[in-house]
Ligand binder design. Structure first.
Ligand code: TXE
Length: 494
């Protein structure tokens, strides 16, 4: 039975209860994991708070060295961690191998950024004074992580949080805790006890107590809009800082001036990567009418050619969805679209020949419009609804007709289209001719209902640092404007 990582030790839950982790490709039980509760969450927060004083004042170069160590351990265990994520999450192994490298790169990035600067000097307002701004850690950061990128979305919180001098408590998703527990064993174990803690369990039982614990200073959350609202509400009661990376409903615009073979390959990948279970999946397509028929025909051809199978591979493009609840959500969305008149060009069913596993065929629909939830709500599955538009104005208007604003994609060779769309479309990341490429130096996060705060980039470090202005008078001189007042000046102005 697996154990949680708290205060530098592997421990069971106070409740002694466990929950099962299932392989979504085979529906077999992979492991029993402690079902963490309020007491376990409290132990982890206390362990993090206890380690804070030592960790926050560790010299930046030493902290950086330890974070580089985490990155090296990650790379050393890359295949094992990638296989674990594949078994518990269903993402193809080839994608998880990439994910582990991105995790290591994130720790390397913040090891360096974290030791670069921690404030600035500003000009004083009087002689014999010195003013400066100090950036300082908050203290204990709760990192609540979803199942679609279990290690990457954890690293985007933990690496900058640690680099800024905070200590953390990680609550992985109940669907994908194993890879994070293994990271604790092979990488976080190099850090001083209590700096990183991992509490496994369900959202309400283990996640909520982390959000409300008096010693939790900041909550960094990635997940659904619905749960993000709950976390934000509870954090507000305790006046805690939050960073929310929520859902998306990303538009994908294809103009009539591009190589359609390239645009189609990019679009199919953006739609069906990780079975569409990516916060920045391309969830809705807008194609210029003059190229729509050709685009749709090529898109369907490439979708039909996708290889569905065992995510451990080899030669597989798509694995299963994470769980029955997610597949059912997609099936209901497609059924609803069909009833409203949408046409399914391919997919729209479970693939034959899979007795087990939450498999679903990648699905392409046309005859869709913005009265359908398919185009307005996050589907988070292997579904590509395509609308035909007259031009860039209509495409941008429809792209913005959403409560979300996480990412957006555009294919064009026209600078006019680039600037028209880039300046108008509401999205935290705007990809042009290269969908979903992340950059550790580029801030990632949502506008509107997709959340607030940013991960990655210098913004991603700032999210985990508080600001203090220090004002120093080194002559200790008294001031003319102190008591008792000299009214003679006032009379002169009368
Ligand atoms: O997300 P949740 P789930 C969307 C996607 C998906 C839906 C539900 O549409 O269908 O969310 O997925 C923890 N207090 N995204 O259920 O509930 C939970 O244990 C504190 C988009 O996975 O948001 C898990 O660790 N924590 C998203 C984490 O929150 C709570 C990626 C996310 O769970 C909690 C994933 C509570 N009350 C899902 N309730 C993206 N944008 O990438 C749950 N949790």
């Amino acid at each position: 039975m697996k154990k949680m990582w708290i205060g530098g030790e592997f421990v069971g839950s106070h409740s002694e209860k466990t929950f099962r982790v299932v392989n979504p490709a085979t529906e077999e039980i992979l492991a029993e994991v402690p079902r963490g509760d309020r007491n376990d969450a409290a132990d982890a927060v206390e362990a993090a708070a206890g380690a804070f004083e030592e960790w926050r004042f560790m010299p930046g170069v030493e902290r950086a060295d330890l974070l580089h160590h985490v990155a090296a351990a990650c790379r050393h265990h890359r295949t094992e961690l990638a296989r674990l994520m594949t078994q518990e999450g269903g993402k193809p192994l080839i994608e998880n191998l990439d994910e582990v490298e991105w995790v290591a790169a994130c720790f390397d990035f913040y090891a360096q950024v974290g030791r670069d600067q921690k404030g600035r000097v500003i000009p004083p307002v009087q002689r014999d004074q010195f003013n400066f701004v100090v950036k300082e850690p908050y203290g204990v950061v709760a990192c609540i992580v979803p199942w679609n990128y279990p290690l990457l979305l954890m690293a985007w919180k933990v690496a900058p949080a640690l680099a800024a001098g905070n200590c953390v408590v990680i609550k992985p998703s109940e669907y994908t805790p194993l890879s994070t527990l293994r990271m604790a064993e092979c990488a976080f174990s190099h850090l001083p006890s209590g700096v990183v803690n991992v509490v496994t369990g369900y959202g309400v039982e283990a996640g909520e107590p982390l959000t409300t614990h008096p010693k939790t200073d900041l909550i960094a959350f990635t997940g659904s809009l619905a749960t993000g609202k709950k976390v934000a509400g509870l954090a507000a009661l305790g006046m805690k800082k939050i960073n929310l990376e929520l859902g998306g409903n990303d538009p994908f615009i294809v103009c009539d001036d591009v190589d359609l073979d390239v645009a189609v390959r990019g679009a199919v990948w953006a739609a069906f990567l990780n079975m569409g279970q990516v916060c920045t999946s391309a969830e809705r397509f807008y194609v210029f009418e003059s190229v729509a028929d050709t685009f749709i025909q090529k898109f369907v051809e490439r979708t039909r050619a996708l290889r569905i199978g065992d995510p451990l591979g080899p030669d597989v493009d798509l694995g299963p969805m994470i769980a029955e609840f997610q597949r059912k959500k997609v099936e209901d969305k497609i059924e609803e679209g069909r009833r409203a008149g949408a046409k399914v060009l391919c997919g729209g069913q479970r693939p034959p020949g899979f007795a087990k596993g939450f498999y679903y065929e990648p699905t392409v629909l046309t005859s869709v419009d913005h009265t359908m939830p398919l185009m307005k709500e996050e589907t988070f599955g292997p579904v590509a609804p395509i609308m035909v538009v007259k031009g860039i104005e209509e495409a941008c208007r429809l792209a913005n007709d959403s409560i979300y604003g996480l990412g957006a994609n555009l294919y064009t060779t026209s600078l006019e289209h680039v600037f028209y769309a880039m300046e108008r479309v509401k999205a935290g990341t705007f990809w042009i001719n290269d969908p979903l490429t992340d950059n550790d130096a580029g801030p990632f996060g949502g506008m509107r209902a997709s959340g607030f705060g940013r991960e990655l980039g210098s913004e991603g470090l700032e999210a985990f640092r508080d600001t203090k202005h220090v004002h120093l008078d080194y002559k200790l001189s008294s001031k003319p404007y102190w008591f008792p007042y000299d009214w003679s000046k006032a009379r002169k102005t009368e």
